[in-house]
Every structure is written in structure tokens, then in C-alpha cells.
Design a protein around this ligand. Sequence first.
Ligand code: PEP
Ligand code: MN
Length: 366
Amino acid sequence: MIVVMKSGTPVIEIERLSQEILRWNIIPEKCVGVHKTVIGLVGDTTALNPQEIQKLSPFIEQVMRVNKPFKRAALEFRNGEPSEVLVSTPNEIVAFGQNYPIVSVAGPCSVEDEEMIVETARRVKAAGAKFLRGGAYKPRTSPYAFQGHGESALNLLAKAREVTGLGIVTEVMDTADLQKVASVADIIQIGARNMQNFSLLKQVGAINKPVLLKRGMSATIEDWLMAAEYILAADNPNVILCERGIRTFDRQYVRNTLDLSAIPVLRSLTHLPIMVDPSHGTGRSEYVSAMTKAAIAAGADSLMIEVHPNPSLALSDGAQSLTPNQYDELMQEISPIAQIFGRWSKKFPIPTAYCALPMQQMAQKV
Ligand code: PEP
Ligand code: MN
């Protein structure tokens, strides 16, 4: 259930109402929007009567039930306003969300050695990426395949972060590694295979780090949003959803089917920012460019693209990795496309006037 307050409601009235709600053993979750404040009621609200709540204050505009199994992730929970995930990187604060430029995350599937990761970081940064991705712990189908260099790879990511100032996105597979991963990652990735690892979701929810939640390869949109709900329910509001392709019947020509229709569907259901990963989504480097452009047109807020200095020698996912030159070319090609869809990329920095409000919000949040 949500309580939408009228614009201009005094803060003291919102506080008074929140105290009242707390007395019913319901948690009031306040969301301050651009025009209005919404109080989300978290807990068992079945016995509550919206009409009775409406009478509690003349400043209440509307009381509504959220008729979805996911509550905090629901678009209604923020009265239709998109949320933003703000991530502090060494160079800048980067915002993911519908009101911000498209954010590019790029790098190899796995961190292989210092030279390759630092060099890839430099190249993707020069092309316009804001984050370096790279796996230290790799979820591989075969136990005999390269499993990632683990902790030593985390140290190499830290080095690349230090040298380039890029933020780091890397996957955690096991709760036992969470603290180590969190000490290096600016965004913690939950991979497709762990999307419904509920104990892992609860634990990443409990730490104060943004989370990139990839869609399970056989997950419905509702399964995915319920997985996000686990993280939000553990009090971590900074969740980005990543569409990375689902299993369909054709595996001969593509590794997965990139479900771009998930983007408008998610937009109608959730306020959370959306990322698209056309690399895992297709499994083939030659299709990455077309699907990246399509993802922008469909409304993606951010992109994750695998880049390797020498894809034919990659220890994992070489077939779907772009070379740094191909990545640079792609970034140049998407720049005008992002502009057409009202989403600036590297050549179109956020105008200062546009920055004013979000930057203030960032200062309070970070
Ligand atoms: C990855 O990002 O390298 C990865 C393993 O992704 P996914 O979980 O989407 O397969
Ligand atoms: Mn990969």
C-alpha cells in the first residue's frame, strides 16, 4: 500500500504520519519525489483500510494498494517515478536511470592478467565507458573450464580502478566471498545462474553497495522482479536489472535470445534502472552492435559489453567479445542514436542546468 502526499506537504506532517504508521507495526518507507512524497507501507497491510488512512491527514492525496507480488520494486511504490542508482567511482558519481545519459560498462568476461585488464580498462575508458567489468569468480557450465583467478583477480581489478578511475563491476557467486568482492566492486554483479540464490540476495541486500541483478536464463519477468524484491526488502534500494538473454529454442546461431521486449515491459512494472547485455544476449560478437543499438531504441538505461584485447585467446566468452577498436567504433556509432532517443552519451555531457537537482540529491545520498 502507498500513501501519496500532496505536493508541498510539511515535513513535520510526513513525520507525524510515519510515527502513526509505525505504531501499527508497519514500516513507513519514505520516497521523496520531484513533486510529491510517497510513503510506502511495508508489512502486512491486509487489515488496513485505505479510506480510514485517508482520514488521518488533510495532506494525503491518495491511498492505494500495490496489487503486485513485488512491492518495493513496483512502479506504483514510487507513484510512477523512476528511481536512480547513484554510484560513486574514483572519478565521479555516475547515475543510472531513465533521467540520465546511458551508462556504458565494458571489459573482459574474466580478469586474466594485469596487463590485459589494465590495458582493456584504459581502452574502454577512452571509448567512453564509465565502468570496467571483469570476472574474478566465474560461473562456468563445466567444472573443467577456467573458473576465474579469484582473489588475485580482485586485486588486479583494484589496480585497474586505481590507474583509470573507472568504477568496477564484478560478480559474487558465494556468500563467503561477499566481503572481499565488496571491497573492490563499486557495483556487485549477481549472475544469471544465481538470480534466485535467495541467501545470496539477502546478503547483498544487507550491505551498502549497488547491485546489478542479471536475469536468470529461464526466469520470467515476475521471477526476476521478485528476486530484486529480496534485495530491496533487505534495505538495499540500489538495484539495477540486467537483461542478458533467455533460453529459447535456437542455440545454433545465437547463444541466448536477447529479450528486448523486457525493457518496455519492465518500464510498465518497475521504477528500477535497466541494463542490457548484448554480449551474453547473443553470444556472438558480430551481433553485438545491432543489438546494442536496438537496446538503446527500446529504452535501456545502460549497456554491458564484453571487450577483450585478443578475443581469440580469451579464457572465457571470446566469441562474444569485441576488440577495443570494435568497442570504440560502436561507442561512436551509438552516440547520435542515444541523442535521438534523448539519452546523451559521451559526446553529449549532461547540461549543467540539468545536473542541478540530481547532483544535490547525490550529495545527500552518497
Ligand atoms: C558474465 O557477466 O560474464 C556472466 C557470466 O554473465 P551471466 O550471469 O549473464 O551469464
Ligand atoms: Mn561472460
